[in-house]
Write a protein that binds this ligand. Sequence first.
Ligand SMILES: C[S@@+](CC[C@H](N)C(=O)[O-])C[C@H]1O[C@@H](n2cnc3c(N)ncnc32)[C@H](O)[C@@H]1O
Length: 404
Amino acid sequence: MTAAAPSAPRRPARALRTPQRYQLNKHALAVIAGGHPWVFRDQLSSAATALADGQWLALYDGANQIVGHGIYQAEGAVAIRIVARGPARPDAASLGAVIDAALARREPLAAETDAIRALHGESDGVPGVVVDVFGDVVVVQTYVPGARALGRWAAARVARALGKPTIVEKPPRRGRGAGERVRLLRGAALPDVVAFREGPLRLAASPVAGQKSGTFLDLRGLRRELAGRDLAGARVLDLFSYTGGLGRACVAGGAREVLHVDASEDALAFGAAHHADAGAHRWQRADIFEWLPTLDRGDKFEVVIVDPPSMTSSMDQVPRVLAAYDKLYRAAKGHVTDGGLLVACCCTSRIVRGAFRHTVGTALGKGFALERELTPEVDHPVGFPQADYLKVLVFRSRRPPPGA
Ligand SMILES: C[S@@+](CC[C@H](N)C(=O)[O-])C[C@H]1O[C@@H](n2cnc3c(N)ncnc32)[C@H](O)[C@@H]1O
């Protein structure tokens, strides 16, 4: 395919020229004053129901002063995402400075990798917008109605700053355009596969067909952790493996064999096609909640990785998901060798850190000790409590390994 698709806009958002006036009540004003980027629906007065999904707003206080600008979302718990505080209307100069600052914070990563999350939504001051970079390719996706033009503009700004020739837009996750095809915004052709380096790893992703922007960049810290451990001769069970990046990291640490298990045939096929290295990889398609209890009890692994999908779209689902985790970890722990590792991941902010630690710790019981808890990568900043979505815990079996 050649580049005929829409080019990146010159302005961050046409809607910014004519934001709708909206007066905040004292609860919402407290949000602005407190620095949180979200106004929740239950903090708004009923007048908000007249606003359109994706509408850009100039936010006023009771004294008729502009206190900020934001984007309205008609559904869900979050009603307004704050784009900027204070009276000045955000423009190319102010938003450009926000983007440049985000890129500057990521500069230390360049020595390790050419794949980064350049913009991480609200936590980087660009609400609703995620921009990832893989090698020469910039991938943008928005998750808030009304943020699409901002996302395209931000992607173009990132591409220019980093000298990247190709920009790909994944369809918005919500609102107008959701369900559209992946578009090429700039460059010669839509890249099916992009290669990138990460420490000792040579990895690949598909921005067009892959989940997220092509892969899970947020797991870099865990890949670094696993690749840096002495896993000489280890057998690894990589549950919810996607394309197998974590298993590959284990091979870089010396593992001899990895069994990747995932429900997605496409993800496993991509991993098998693009992840060639010295280790022996097996690829098993299965629903893990059904498959794991059927795994031979004697099948043991020095490393068991558990990285399920978020499984939650609302808070009322949390108890059900914690119950599912409990079952999952009780089943997984039986497959860890004495002295082996169990890695537990959680990728939803609806399950808070303490609850995750408690649930997994309780399921694993006294036979396991928490050895390490990873912190977020610099390109996945946690700007406010609800942005703390990714938790990674490394447990070790307390039983002495054979021969110890
Ligand atoms: C958070 S991602 C895993 C990312 C992966 N660990 C990596 O290193 O890239 C969750 C994965 O779970 C898979 N999945 C979702 N439900 C599943 C199920 N019931 N059984 C097996 N895999 C499932 C998805 O296909 C997705 O690849």
